[in-house]
Ligand binder design. Sequence first.
Ligand code: SF4
Ligand code: SF4
Length: 192
Amino acid sequence: MEYVIDIDNSNIDKIIKKTKSIKNKCDRKNLVLKFNIKEPIKDEILLRDIKSIETAINLKTKEERYNYIYDTVCKYLDDRIINENYCEFKDDVCIKFREEDPSHKNGCCEYSDRGKCKYLIDSVCTMKTCMACKLFTCKYLYKHKGIRQRVNDYVLIKYFFNRNQKNILECSFWTPKEIVMKRLLANNYNVK
Ligand code: SF4
Ligand code: SF4
């Protein structure tokens, strides 16, 4: 059965905030969700979010849903990193270390106490799928550029995962997606 919700510019924000209850209703009653967009939506991010929420809710196994959310949010993060270039790497030295220790290459992919991440080869990340690394922004970026990124900035994470799962996404640095997926599924108690 289909569950249809009309969307326009005046209610889109309110509907997005109801994602958890819409998701729980669709899951409980096995409904296919359809957001019926009644007019062109002015805010591109809200439009992006409502479409991705519809897709995620209509993926009925946790594996499919989590895969979709993980890949989609990673894509948003990659786009932001490319478009805003906030770490401003030059000759493999990021903006924070250019100021604090210009001999330190590879930003936070390498630290003297824990060494260089094994996935960093010739100063390039060869894993490419680690959400925690993509989400991370250091204190320097916040203090000097006002850049801070948190899991709840992304509706697909905010409304589809519980606190434990959000911690997993935020803290599983240099960890392949397959392992993060297993951790998410193992902590898959209800999101109220
Ligand atoms: S997050 Fe901070 S420390 Fe890490 S690469 Fe970017 S500017 Fe450098
Ligand atoms: S996995 Fe993370 S720490 Fe390792 S190279 Fe890639 S971005 Fe850097």
